[in-house]
Structures are given as structure tokens and as C-alpha cells.
Design a binder for this molecule. Structure first.
Ligand code: AMP
Ligand code: MG
Length: 409
């Protein structure tokens, strides 16, 4: 049996970051930037008002105080978006809105709250400081400045900045397109009633969701019967549009294990026993002329999900261009005793508690550990990792736990 680390290392060595490409801004979320973004404009790009109020010259309103208002004639009105080139004459005020361009000669903006809101003349009851409520051009970003560096992960705030400097497209490593195929003649989609011997496909949904949570463009492309021709046809249909294919089911030692049968014949995929529980039967390789990487995960729902966490997730992160590939972990102490198979790394669905005065969190398995127990899997918040050489976990033993929840980090 192959150690988990060795299988993972081989999978990782077989993939590299997807080549960079220009994408529309809307497509860039979650991608790593592959350029230094230089601002083509100043931000703000013109001097403008930070408040709704009145543009004034400071000496004209220096004596304004509650009970002693200064009255000025209002000689103009500037809404946001105005292209008018106004000039503020001494001894006058111009009404102005937030974001509107400042009339030439403006020294401060008096917020509307300090006035009687007049439109012909305005009474001002508080004196602004020089420069008050002005937003000078270039205050935020100077034209020519690098606003985002290569390698930054693009989130909502970075998308906002790119839009603000006028970028409609940006060069990124694109989001991997992941095709998920559920194989098994017993499978029917949720929403359809079950006939004798049938079960609802859950892997396809779980795996596609897990890939999507990582930011991938994941498609659950449906159900494939345990029949060589159907499987080959379904696989071929996905080759052109996928950067990664993930199948579940059909890779154990039984009859009708079509995925293994077909891909062993076609070549390019290596099937092996990996020293882990759950998830022992694993396949990884490349298919089609373009050599699309493919994971063939075991069919049991817990096995497929654990396999995703241990092998697929790091590979997907690498396709994105990330260098930090793994789930965050913490060290916890076992809350109870349990046994672990000799020679296999065990990934135990578990929950964490943090008792007051304890030196470390306490990890306790949830429910049974059968690979078909999806309710327990949904309950779990971590996978407690028991090393391959440990056969018995004792209360108080220290274990590394992979934290499952939370979006990609
Ligand atoms: P297999 O690896 O194809 O032998 O499947 C192992 C077990 O997992 C069997 O009990 C299957 O019915 C179950 N299984 C396979 N695929 C799925 C799926 N997509 N959703 C839920 N259970 C599945
Ligand atoms: Mg099957």
C-alpha cells in the first residue's frame, strides 16, 4: 500500500497552475492576479466635494457661529456628474453635492447641516477649516501607481478597486473548470423516487459543492451507469471543457467496477491502494489527448469526501496558483479511546470542544465510522488524523485535526 503522503506528492507533481488569461472583471473573483495593475487614472480623478453642502472661500465664513450666521448669495448649483466649469467668486457660495466637481476657488465645503439650506441665499452658522470636506484629485491613488501586485488573490474589494481604476478585464490564472461524474447503476438524482435497490446520488452534489467552495467552476455532469460505453461517452463529453475531472464509484475490487476497468484499458490512470481509512482505493492520472487530470474517487460517500479533502483539494489549489495548499489544522487531545487500523492513516470525522482550563481543544469522533454514514459526516467539523503506526488512540493523546468548515483560506 502506498503512503498517503506519497500518493499526494505524485498527484501534486503532475499538475501546475493554469496558464494566465485575460478575463472579464466578473470572472476574476477568487483568481490569482498575473499582472501588476497600474492605475491609468488618478483616484479621485478630479477635486470634488465630500459632503452635500456649499462651496465657500474660508475668510468669507470665518465669523459664522450659532446665533451669528453669515449670509452669502448662492450663485450656482453643482450636482454629481456636472460638467459645468464654475468659478466661486469671493463673497458668494455655490451649492454642491457629494462627489460633484469643485468650482475653481473653493477653499472648503460647508455641510448642508450647518446651513438653512437656502437656494437664493444661504445662512451659515459654523465656520469650516481650510480644506474641510474637500476630496483632492489623486488623494487615494496617483495615476501610474501600482494598485495591485501580481499574485494577489482577487476578492470583492480588489474587484471594486479594479473597476474604480477603469479596468474591464484583468490577467489572472483562471478558475479551474471541474467536471464531476457520479458512476453507479444504482444512482438516481434527488427529487426522483427510489426504486428497489436504488439510492440518491449524493457524491456528485457534495464533491461539486466542495470544489465550488474552493472557487472552482464545478459542474456536476450527471449520473453514469456501470457500463463501459456509457462511462467512456460521458468522459469524452467532458474532456474539452474541463481542467480537472473527478469521478466517484467503480474503483474497488468488485465486478461492475467500470471506472477502473475502462481506464485501466485506456491507460493514463494509475489505480492503487493508499494506506488510509477511509478511502483506500484511489486512481489518478490524465485522460484524453490534452491530458486532463482525473481523480477516480471511491464511491462510498465518506470515502469520496475524505479523498477530496486529502488529495483533490490540494491539487485544485495548485491549479489556482495557490502555494498554501492544505486545510488549516490544529492540535487537539482525544476525548475518548478508539482503535485505528494498523498501517493505515485514519481520518476520523470528529467534533472539537474547548473545555475551560484545558490546555488544548478536545476532539471526539461523531457517531460510527462506517464509510456510508453521511449524517455523521455532516455533523463533523474536522478530520482527526491518526498516524499509520498507531493502532489505539488513548484519551489525552495529541492528534492533528484538519478543520473542515469555512471557505478557502
Ligand atoms: P462503489 O465504489 O461503486 O463500489 O460504491 C461503493 C458504495 O458507495 C456503494 O454502496 C454505492 O452505492 C455507494 N455510492 C457510489 N456512488 C455514490 C454516489 N454518487 N452517491 C452516494 N452513494 C454512492
Ligand atoms: Mg459502484
Amino acid at each position: 500500500m502506498k503512503p498517503v503522503e506519497e500518493h499526494l506528492a505524485e498527484c501534486l507533481a503532475a499538475v501546475t497552475v493554469l496558464p494566465a488569461t485575460d478575463v472579464e472583471l466578473e470572472e476574476a473573483l477568487g483568481c490569482l492576479l498575473d499582472e501588476d495593475v497600474v492605475a491609468a487614472v488618478d483616484l479621485p480623478s478630479f477635486d470634488n466635494s465630500a459632503m452635500d453642502g456649499y462651496a465657500v472661500r474660508v475668510p468669507d465664513v470665518a465669523s459664522a457661529a450659532p446665533g451669528h450666521p453669515v449670509r452669502l448669495p448662492v450663485t450656482g448649483d453643482v450636482p454629481a456628474g456636472s460638467a459645468a466649469q464654475l468659478e466661486l467668486a469671493p463673497g458668494t457660495a455655490i451649492r454642491i453635492m457629494t462627489g460633484a466637481p469643485l468650482p475653481a476657488g473653493t477653499e472648503a465645503v460647508v455641510p448642508v447641516e450647518w446651513t438653512d439650506r437656502g437656494t437664493q441665499t444661504v445662512e451659515i452658522t459654523q465656520a469650516p477649516a481650510e480644506g474641510a470636506y474637500l476630496r483632492p484629485a489623486g488623494e487615494d491613488v496617483a495615476r501610474g501607481e501600482v494598485v495591485l501586485r501580481r499574485g494577489v488573490r482577487i476578492g470583492p474589494r480588489q474587484i471594486g478597486l479594479l473597476a474604480a481604476v477603469g479596468r474591464a478585464t484583468v490577467r489572472v490564472h483562471p478558475r479551474p473548470r471541474v467536471a464531476v461524474l457520479s458512476t453507479g447503476s444504482e444512482l438516481v438524482p434527488p427529487g426522483q423516487s427510489l426504486g428497489p435497490g436504488q439510492i440518491h446520488d449524493s457524491n456528485g452534489y457534495a464533491i461539486a459543492a466542495a470544489a465550488r467552495e474552493l472557487g472552482a467552476d464545478a459542474r456536476h455532469v450527471g449520473l453514469v451507469a456501470d457500463d463501459a460505453d456509457s462511462f467512456l461517452a460521458a468522459l469524452e463529453a467532458e474532456l474539452a471543457g474541463a481542467d480537472l475531472i473527478v469521478t466517484t464509484g467503480g474503483v474497488s475490487a468488485g465486478a461492475y467496477d467500470t471506472v477502473k476497468e475502462v481506464l485501466s484499458r485506456v491507460g493514463g490512470v494509475v489505480f492503487e491502494k493508499v494506506a488510509m481509512q477511509p478511502g483506500m482505493p484511489q486512481g489518478f492520472g490524465h485522460v484524453g489527448a490534452a491530458g486532463v487530470p482525473i481523480f477516480t474517487l471511491p464511491g462510498n460517500p465518506v470515502s469520496s469526501m475524505v479523498s477530496f479533502e486529502v488529495f483533490v483539494r490540494p491539487v485544485l489549489r495548485r491549479l489556482f496558483g495557490e502555494t498554501d495548499l492544505h486545510r488549516p489544522t490544529l492540535t487537539a487531545r482525544a476525548g475518548v479511546a478508539w482503535s485505528s487500523p494498523a498501517g493505515k492513516k485514519q481520518f476520523v470525522r470528529a467534533r472539537l470542544t474547548r473545555p475551560l482550563a484545558a490546555d488544548a481543544p478536545v476532539v471526539t469522533p461523531v457517531g460510527g465510522q462506517g464509510s456510508h454514514l453521511v449524517a455523521d459526516l455532516a455533523e463533523a467539523e474536522c478530520l482527526a488524523v491518526v498516524p499509520a503506526d498507531v493502532t489505539q488512540v488513548q484519551p489525552g493523546d495529541e492528534l492533528t485535526c484538519m478543520l473542515l468548515d469555512g471557505p478557502r483560506r
